[in-house]
Design a protein around this ligand. Structure first.
Ligand SMILES: Cc1cc2nc3c(=O)[nH]c(=O)nc-3n(C[C@H](O)[C@H](O)[C@H](O)COP(=O)(O)OP(=O)(O)OC[C@H]3O[C@@H](n4cnc5c(N)ncnc54)[C@H](O)[C@@H]3O)c2cc1C
Ligand SMILES: NC(=O)c1ccc[n+]([C@@H]2O[C@H](COP(=O)([O-])OP(=O)(O)OC[C@H]3O[C@@H](n4cnc5c(N)ncnc54)[C@H](OP(=O)(O)O)[C@@H]3O)[C@@H](O)[C@H]2O)c1
Length: 425
């Protein structure tokens, strides 16, 4: 039997070699497009709301593929990309928080002038023909794509839309952790596990408790990962792990100082700091006025067809010109950035088809192994890569050589602003 390591390399190559081939073709086509696209005064709008992992990739591709007569208008409230992958780490480790906010300057580099407009604002609602912004501006659309993701409180997401204030929020988490001795992290999903591991590894003298609702950590992944994480956190780092406990978060909120949790046996425990890592809330309210039926009553995600067009029972489905992708959409795939990247190809192809007058035929089928794979940190340098197939088989590859900054420079390179990263070196 090949080892998990070999299987991982084999699977990754099987996916990424053709993927890199497609990227090369896209680059050549983008260059040709930049020579041939013409700016016209009456260009029609494809509006994308949300500029994180899913929306950003789509905006970039639209700017290098839309035909003459069309342009992309991109609405994003933040001044920078919040590179949230690093937020748990930079909520504990000091001095790097500014690296987690990546400038958007590289997004449409190379695209023809006039094809791309960026609007830093919050979209508040949509009508049949317009997106309405908090500033009062109304933007016409022929196609609308909603990539508004989900909300989570600190330390998973910041409220500030400008970089300096956002850094300040992460610094506030760092100070709260540094100044607390007895800390509880509530929620043993990936965020809670990573955060608890970092707190204890960066501050070994603190008492850290991780509280999780189910009988194993990382309950949305296979058993093997949950067991591995438990051993790493509890036995190696010395974190107290309480399973099968679902205490209510204190009324003070998600980062509660000098607060208590009440456990299933009625016991109440006081902590210097309680940090909630209890999961996501989809940002689907944009559609609440226009298409309330398209918002799931169960989980508030936007219901989509396999073409990623918003699903409304009564509409002529093929004509639907509103799409949703990424964490805000009920797409059936993993809630991972990689899934959003894959979905952006589906949305792109379908919009281009519809512009040409054809039916949208590209459908999204999750590549669970690749899109759902996780690289989970378990303290400063220990991490584990875990991936599952749809038949339940899995691979797990631990390593102990993670970089402390989790290789954030690579992300700046991927978003075309590696030159600006030099200020941190
Ligand atoms: C700690 C952590 C680590 C992770 N690590 C990985 C990883 O290694 N690999 C991986 O594949 N996935 C990872 N994930 C998951 C990944 O971050 C999410 O799946 C991804 O962020 C979803 O992207 P999205 O674009 O759909 O939404 P989001 O990232 O939630 O972004 C939504 C965007 O929309 C904007 N927005 C929202 N509402 C509005 C509005 N009304 N008007 C204007 N703008 C708006 C927001 O400002 C934001 O920029 C991680 C998640 C966390 C929390
Ligand atoms: N390295 C990475 O790639 C990485 C890192 C971080 C996050 N992510 C991804 O980002 C997404 C969000 O992760 P997340 O960890 O924030 O959310 P999550 O996966 O939803 O985990 C949160 C966990 O908290 C539990 N919980 C909720 N309320 C609780 C309570 N009161 N007491 C105890 N436990 C409680 C939930 O259990 P119930 O289900 O029982 O409510 C859930 O298992 C996920 O898709 C995750 O995979 C990826």
């Amino acid at each position: 039997m090949p080892s998990d390591h070999v299987k991982l390399i084999y699977k990754a190559l099987g996916f990424f070699v053709p993927y890199l081939g497609r990227l090369a073709v896209q680059r050549v086509a983008a260059t040709y497009h930049s020579w041939t696209w013409r700016d016209t005064p009456d260009a029609r709008n494809v509006v994308v709301v949300g500029g994180s992992f899913a929306g950003l990739e789509l905006v970039r591709r639209l700017a290098e593929t839309l035909p003459t007569g069309w342009r992309v208008v991109w609405v994003e409230k933040n001044s920078h990309l919040n590179y949230s992958f690093n937020f748990p780490r930079f909520s504990v480790m000091t001095g790097h928080e500014h690296e987690a906010f990546i400038p958007y300057d590289g997004v449409a580099r190379g695209a023809p002038k006039g094809i791309f407009r960026r609007v830093q604002d919050t979209a508040v609602t949509v009508t049949e023909k317009q997106v309405v912004l908090a500033s009062g501006e109304q933007i016409d659309y022929d196609f609308l794509v909603i990539a508004t993701g989900s909300s989570q409180p600190l330390p998973v997401q910041v409220v500030a839309t400008e970089r300096d204030e956002a850094c300040h929020e992460l610094q506030g988490v760092q100070s709260a952790i540094r100044d607390s001795q007895r800390i509880a992290v509530v929620g043993g999903g990936a965020v809670g596990v990573e955060l608890a591991g970092d707190i204890k590894d960066f501050y070994p003298d603190k008492d850290v408790t991780l509280v999780h609702s189910r009988d194993r950590l990382m309950s949305y992944f296979g058993k093997r990962l949950g067991q591995y994480a438990l051993v790493a956190l509890r036995d190696e780092l010395g974190i107290r792990v309480l399973l099968n406990e679902r205490p209510s978060m204190p009324v003070q909120g998600n980062m509660a100082r000098s607060a208590s949790l009440t456990f299933s046996d009625g016991r109440e425990e006081t902590f210097d700091l309680i940090i909630g890592c209890t999961g996501q809330r989809p940002n689907s309210s944009l559609l609440a006025d226009l298409l309330p039926v398209a918002v799931s009553k169960e989980n508030a995600r936007i219901l989509v067809r396999p073409t990623l067009q918003v699903q409304v029972a009564e509409a002529a489905a093929d004509d639907m010109r509103i799409f949703a992708l990424g964490d805000v959409a009920e797409h059936g795939g993993p809630r991972m950035a990689r899934a959003g990247w894959m979905q952006s190809n589906v949305v792109l192809d379908n919009i281009l088809s519809m512009i040409r007058g054809s039916a949208p035929t590209h459908t999204y089928t999750p590549h669970v192994f690749i899109e759902g794979a996780i690289k989970l940190t378990l303290g400063k340098t220990h991490n584990v890569v875990y991936a599952m197939e749809s038949d339940g088989s899995d691979i797990m590859v631990p390593t102990r050589n993670n970089r402390l900054d989790l290789g954030i420079k690579r992300a700046w390179r991927a978003y075309g602003v590696q030159d600006q990263f030099k200020q941190f070196e």
